[in-house]
Design a protein around this ligand. Structure first.
Ligand code: FMN
Length: 163
């Protein structure tokens, strides 16, 4: 069995983009969670996946609604990524974020590189996470921005936008 800390370090060497998974809470308010476990699954149907920890509030909201948004962040959204990575009770500072709603009522963060409204196609529980496969039912492509990255536990804003 590999050592837990070694495994964590190894995974940190996989550079990723950063998304915020958006849902609605029990009061119908928009809720977000920073996530980098996002990846595409297939083109037909257009499907993606994201892994959600069972101790995240987002888990209960996705279970409840069966839908979620995925928003791919640009470098100018660094504060948004940092904000939604905190526990809700620690999201005390004011940051600028607004949202629009898909035809199906899924919240999508304005100003994202891409926002997708997804319906849960299937899920798989493994350990303390659930892998959700979502069918992308609606999508908006934002301005061509530079992608926000995460690598070795650090935010990285140094990748320029493609022309
Ligand atoms: C860069 C980054 C990526 C993350 N990716 C995930 C992820 O894929 N799945 C997850 O469950 N938590 C992930 N987290 C942790 C959550 O963002 C964090 O636990 C958050 O507070 C959960 O919010 P919630 O309890 O309101 O849902 C990530 C954190 C960071 C900083």
């Amino acid at each position: 069995m590999v050592n837990r800390n070694d495994f964590r370090s190894a995974m940190g060497r996989f550079a990723t983009g950063v998304t915020v998974v958006t849902t609605l809470d029990e009061a119908g308010e928009v809720h977000g969670m920073t996530a980098n476990s996002f990846t595409s699954v297939c083109l037909e149907p257009p499907a993606i996946l994201v892994c959600v920890a069972h101790n995240a509030h987002t888990y209960n909201y996705v279970e409840d609604k069966g839908t979620f948004g995925v928003n791919i962040l640009g470098t100018d959204q660094l504060p948004v990524g940092q904000y939604f990575a905190r526990k809700p009770e620690e999201r005390t500072q004011e940051i600028d974020w607004t949202y629009s709603t898909s035809a199906d009522g899924v919240p999508m963060l304005d100003g994202s590189m891409v926002s997708m409204a997804c319906r849960v196609l299937g899920s798989h529980v493994y350990g303390d996470h659930t892998i959700y496969v979502g069918c992308v039912e609606e999508m908006s492509l934002g301005e061509h921005a530079a992608p926000l990255l995460f690598y070795e536990s650090r935010w990285n804003t140094s990748v320029p936008a493609n022309e």
